[in-house]
Design a protein around this ligand. Structure first.
Ligand SMILES: NC(=O)c1ccc[n+]([C@@H]2O[C@H](COP(=O)([O-])OP(=O)(O)OC[C@H]3O[C@@H](n4cnc5c(N)ncnc54)[C@H](O)[C@@H]3O)[C@@H](O)[C@H]2O)c1
Length: 262
């Protein structure tokens, strides 16, 4: 990883920063000089994932960066507002928000998908992104210095994949809030773009990685000769936050090893 510190002086809020893609994005932003507010249900990575037990904000601070953990359930608007306030109060503003927190329970057939599971996925993946985008937009508009919002959608939001109706519908919603918000916030020089990851090795997909037959099927649908790492998503999130992406907004960007090209 090359750290050119091109995010020096910027303040970033990342939801779901304790594990997986959010953790990799937080580490990358911090290495590039940003102060990072790590928002999550708990500070520690999800048990049974791939990370060691160190918290993201501790890792950043130990490496000489600036990071704070804030306990935040993205389904609760007041907690999201408090996370945004942590950025503005502790670091003097909010320049970048990554609406990353998400869940993906077991995939079901629609004939037996429990309604409660469906509602819970919408609450986190859809309502949570709505709260995160809304509270961030309010703060960014008020401070009047532009901004970047990056949402985490999925290939499941742009193609038909068998990961569950609840998940795919929620990610389609993330795609649409991204496009719509990009138009509304453009006059404020706030860009809004979505990353659509393919199959990435995080705790969310641990059950797939633990099953050689499933893993082989995923690889067969991915043209590049490896599946994704959280750092691949962090690289895209860094680009979208950097000056090089200043004139990009409303873009739904697959980062998927070529999955969606088929
Ligand atoms: N891993 C993949 O293959 C993949 C593919 C496509 C999209 N994505 C998306 O990437 C994003 C991150 O997923 P990941 O793979 O890193 O998963 P992960 O399970 O490793 O991490 C998700 C993080 O979100 C947090 N979180 C869950 N519910 C929350 C809530 N209500 N409030 C705040 N935080 C909450 C968890 O505690 C965890 O730290 C998600 O939006 C996911 O849908 C992942």
């Amino acid at each position: 990883m090359t750290a050119e510190r091109r995010l020096e002086g910027r303040v970033a809020l990342i939801t779901g920063a304790a594990s997986g893609n959010g953790r990799a994005i937080a580490l990358r932003y911090a290495a590039e000089g940003a102060a990072v507010v790590c928002a999550d249900l708990v500070p520690n990575p999800i048990a049974g994932g791939w990370e060691d037990s160190a918290t993201t904000h501790d890792l950043i601070n130990e490496q000489g960066g600036r990071a704070t953990f804030v306990e935040c359930d993205v389904t609760d608007g007041a907690q999201v507002a408090a996370a945004v306030a942590t950025a503005t109060d502790s670091y003097g503003g909010l320049d970048i928000t990554v609406a990353n927190a998400g869940i993906s329970p077991m995939a079901y057939s629609i004939v037996d998908e429990p309604f409660e599971d469906y509602k819970q996925v919408q609450a986190v993946n859809q309502d949570g992104v709505w709260w995160t985008c809304r509270e961030s937009a309010r703060a960014m508009i008020e401070q009047g210095r532009g901004g970047r919002i990056v949402t985490l959608a999925s290939i499941a939001g742009i193609t038909g994949v068998q990961t569950g109706y609840h998940y795919n519908m929620s990610k389609g919603a993330v795609v649409q809030i991204t496009r719509t918000l990009a138009i509304e916030l453009a006059p404020h020089s706030i860009t809004v773009n979505a990353i659509c990851p393919g199959y990435v090795r995080t705790s969310m997909t641990r059950n797939l990685w633990d099953d050689p037959a499933k893993l082989a099927r995923l690889q067969a649908t991915t043209p590049l000769p490896r599946l994704g790492e959280a750092e691949d998503i962090a690289g895209a999130a860094y680009f979208l936050a950097s000056d090089d992406a200043a004139w990009m907004t409303g873009v739904i960007m697959p980062v998927d090893g070529g999955f969606s090209a088929i």
